[in-house]
Write a protein that binds this ligand. Structure first.
Ligand SMILES: *Cc1c(COP(=O)(O)O)cnc(C)c1O
Length: 375
């Protein structure tokens, strides 16, 4: 038997989550953001769940090729545009739409030989200060692009730094609206957090009201709340896109004073039953998760104990045994996602224990973990 660690991808949940994002912005078209191999889920594995998207947004040309290889003939957007001039040839060949965020990308377009003009998304730096033309330079970039025979339609995009938090989006909205007011073209502004928090019917009455012809949901598709812990996936009506599961491969009985694992970081204060799980940091489970990180055994919530090691971690079985659950060698363990009894442990809860985000955990699933797709 193989080592029992397993990641299960849930395309039906991803489909549900896309529909959920759309409900917040019913009139908008939706880019399904599948960069980083669909946030670690695998583009090919989630594709069926995302067929109802209006387009796919990503960064890597080879990922764009993979989406075309799946038979997708609709829009594909390169969120960072091209990295060098010859990328434009692939854009022409695969009919890729691409962001334009800097002068160098306009120079490359101006020198590009093509019969079919490109659809571009001109990016404004409205305050994030990563990619895009500043408010002062945006209109001259637009005029320059608009004069190029290589360019067809120009859409306008920007990205929010604080859509998930208290600062919100209004400072960036103000900059964007002021500069673009009389420019033609579709707008694309909203990531997951902006879509859920600032586009829903109850948010449109607010000052922050936001129009985005194309939303760009990423993290919500995969079942992580963009603003955890303010909201959980249950609050947003999202379902886990990935389950990381394993099994107990041993149990131990501890006496008061016995310690667990490397560095003896957990010491029992009373007699306990503990379980050893076949999952460690070499599987992508964060080593920094401390004692008390939530975990499911046989679909029941309990906690981890002591240090996570490379191939194993330890869980507290005492409350389960006391409650009469039969747990032991072979019992199902859910590191995050959905247990067989339907119980859900959101990836955000584990990420928070590790001091990070669901994004990082799903992207960091280790190559040695076998992956199956749930039908
Ligand atoms: C990654 C990305 C998104 C998606 O962000 P989420 O927070 O995952 O919804 C949207 N727009 C751009 C430009 C991105 O790079």
């Amino acid at each position: 038997m193989p080592r029992p660690i397993l990641a299960t991808i849930h395309p039906a949940a991803v489909q549900h989550n896309l529909a959920r994002a759309r409900r917040a912005a019913p009139d908008a078209k939706a880019w399904a953001v599948v960069k980083a191999n669909a946030y670690g889920h695998g583009i090919e594995r989630v594709f069926e769940g995302l067929r109802s998207a209006d387009g796919f947004a990503l960064l890597d040309l080879d990922e764009a090729q993979r989406v075309r290889d799946l038979g997708w003939r609709g829009p594909i957007l390169l969120l960072e545009g091209v990295f060098e001039a010859r990328d434009l040839e692939l854009c022409s060949r695969l009919d890729l739409w691409h962001a334009v965020h800097c002068d160098e990308q306009i120079d490359m377009l101006a020198a590009h030989k093509t019969n079919v003009p490109h659809r571009v998304f001109l990016k404004m730096n409205s305050g994030m200060n990563r990619l895009g033309f500043t408010a002062e330079r945006f209109r001259s970039a637009w005029a320059r692009l608009n004069a190029l025979p290589q360019v067809d339609e120009i859409s306008l995009m920007t990205h929010f730094s604080d859509a998930d938090g208290p600062r919100g989006i209004s400072h960036q909205m103000q900059v964007f609206n002021e500069v673009t007011r009389d420019l033609p073209g579709e707008r694309s502004l909203s990531n997951s957090a902006a879509t859920l928090r600032h586009m829903a019917a109850d948010a449109t009455a607010a000052q922050d009201a936001l129009v985005s012809d194309w939303i760009r949901p990423g993290i919500v598709l995969y079942g992580s709340a963009p603003d955890y812990p303010e909201h959980t996936i249950a609050d947003w009506g999202l379902q886990p896109g990935m389950t990381l599961s394993s099994k107990l491969i041993a149990t131990q009985t501890l006496q008061s004073g016995d310690s667990v694992g490397y560095g003896s970081r957990f010491v029992a204060e009373q007699p306990m039953t503990i379980g050893i799980v076949a999952c460690g940091y070499a599987d992508g489970y964060p080593r920094v998760c401390p004692t008390g990180t939530p975990i499911l055994v046989a679909g029941q919530r309990t906690r981890t104990l002591g240090r996570v090691s490379m191939d194993m971690l330890t869980v507290d079985l005492t409350p389960l045994v006391e409650a009469g659950h039969h747990v032991g060698f072979g019992s199902e363990v859910t590191l995050w996602g959905r247990a067989s009894n339907g119980a859900v442990l959101g990836i955000d809860e584990v990420a928070q224990a590790a001091g990070t985000l669901g994004y990082e955990l799903m992207c960091a699933l280790a190559p040695r973990v076998p992956v199956q797709v749930q039908d």
